[in-house]
Design a protein around this ligand. Structure first.
Ligand SMILES: [Zn+2]
Ligand SMILES: [Zn+2]
Length: 254
């Protein structure tokens, strides 16, 4: 068997097992940011919730937290769906900045879905912590600027909870692909509080263009029913922003 044939056979075996067999690590600066913001994120989250929650308590509006929790969880699921859909549908792995950091991991995930299981906690959640850091810092700044606003405090709690759900998303996504998970994770999956493996399998099944939400997938049935992502694609196409597939097919025809 020639070297190239052996390489193809190995790639096929790895592909069917879901693992690429390749260990990829972030560049040093990216890795530093992943670790630093993964440590800072819980502190920023607690500060935001404590500060905003104290103000709501003083204003007799603490009941709003009962509304903020489901909104935050649904917000996280929606953000996960939109980011996932955008990375699957637009640009390419060669697009500057977002190509290697966002598009490539999602595209490779379709070929080797179990590679995510080889990532440690920081590699799993770090990218989202990098994005959440400026957002939660801005929330603290706004609360310092407008310290008496109950509306702002409510919005800040919603944003903090949405950020936490989004940070946890890749961990839930990882559990959905693991051959074995802890009893705690399995219980959460059975209760549908986090992404359930058979539900997520629908995204990894032909035609591969639905069920993008990966926090707990609660929004998938609704978004599928109203053809949310197809309508979004049609709207963007109207403004001349074409999907990667339509760009590729045009290039092939030329
Ligand atoms: Zn995908
Ligand atoms: Zn997946």
């Amino acid at each position: 068997m020639s070297a190239s044939m052996r390489k193809n056979v190995l790639a096929e075996i790895n592909s069917s097992s879901g693992y690429s067999g390749i260990e990829e690590h972030s560049a040093p600066l990216h890795s530093f940011l992943e670790y630093a913001t993964s440590l800072i994120f819980p502190i920023l989250f607690v500060l935001n919730v404590h500060w905003a929650g104290s103000l709501l308590y003083e204003l007799d509006l603490l009941w709003l937290i009962g509304l903020a929790i489901p909104l935050g969880v649904l917000g996280g699921d929606l953000v996960s769906g939109i980011v996932h859909w955008a990375a699957d549908t637009y640009c390419s792995v060669d697009t500057p900045v977002v190509g290697p950091s966002l598009v490539k991991p999602f595209r490779m995930h379709h070929v080797y879905p179990r590679d995510i299981c080889t990532h440690n906690l920081v590699e799993t959640v770090g990218n989202v912590c990098i994005l959440a850091f400026p957002l939660l810092s801005l929330c603290l700044f706004l609360m310092w600027l407008i310290p008496e606003s109950g509306l702002l405090a409510f919005v800040v709690i919603c944003v903090a909870l949405t950020s936490a759900a989004t940070v946890a998303t890749n961990q839930f996504h990882k559990w959905a692909h693991q051959e074995k998970v802890s009893g705690f994770a399995r219980r959460l999956q059975r209760m549908r509080l986090v992404l359930e493996p058979t539900h997520h399998k629908l995204h990894h099944t032909d035609p591969f263009n639905m069920h993008y939400c990966i926090t707990n997938g609660w929004l998938n049935p609704l978004l599928n029913k109203i053809k949310f992502f197809r309508r979004l694609e049609a709207t963007l196409a109207f403004f001349g922003i074409r999907t990667a597939n339509s760009v590729n097919s045009t290039q092939h025809r030329q």
